[in-house]
Design a protein around this ligand. Structure first.
Ligand code: FES
Length: 169
């Protein structure tokens, strides 16, 4: 190609990549460096993930359920975020799991019928957790419940206790 022809191509307003002072080699070098940069970042991310501890963070099994005065006597209160019923009867407090012992559905408190009912297959329980109907094989378990120094109820969902163990306040 002659110098005249080169000059006319280089000065064209519709120049293609490589004709505007950027050679094909420069262009390919930039593409290659970009690809290597992306691959390098990917490698760093994978390496970081490989070396970071493989730990599953789960919510705490112990929670505060507020002041005992919040719960009137003869009340069943469903704590949706914990899936626990706080039951207060004249004999004291107990914390009952809201998870059905049949296949794990979340039960619902039906105050009109005075039962905890499972919407999935019809199991029914007394507020104390005792099963009265349906396919559930066991009563609803009771969780350990205690009182903190500042007067709040503290429930530990990791500790299953006997239904006879109530918290007297
Ligand atoms: S899951 Fe509750 S009765 Fe089946």
């Amino acid at each position: 190609m002659s110098d005249d022809k080169k000059a006319s191509v280089t000065g064209s307003p519709h120049a293609v990549p490589g004709s505007n002072g950027v050679t094909r080699r420069d262009f390919l070098n930039e593409i290659t460096m970009g690809a290597l940069g992306i691959a390098g970042l990917g490698s760093v991310a994978v390496t970081y993930q490989y070396f970071s501890p493989n730990v599953l963070f789960e919510p705490s099994t112990t929670f505060r359920a507020g002041n005992s005065d919040l719960y009137p006597v003869h009340s069943v209160t469903f704590l949706q975020d914990q899936q626990v019923y706080i039951v207060r009867m004249p004999e004291g407090f107990y914390a009952v799991s809201a998870v059905c012992t049949h296949l794990g559905c979340i039960t619902q408190w039906k105050p009109d019928a005075d039962v905890i009912a499972c919407p999935c297959h019809g199991s029914k329980f007394r507020p104390s957790g005792v099963k009265i109907a349906g396919p559930a094989p066991r009563p609803l378990p009771h969780f350990a419940i205690s009182l903190t120094a500042d007067g709040e109820l503290l429930v530990d969902k990791l500790q299953i206790i006997k239904p006879s163990e109530v918290l007297k306040v």
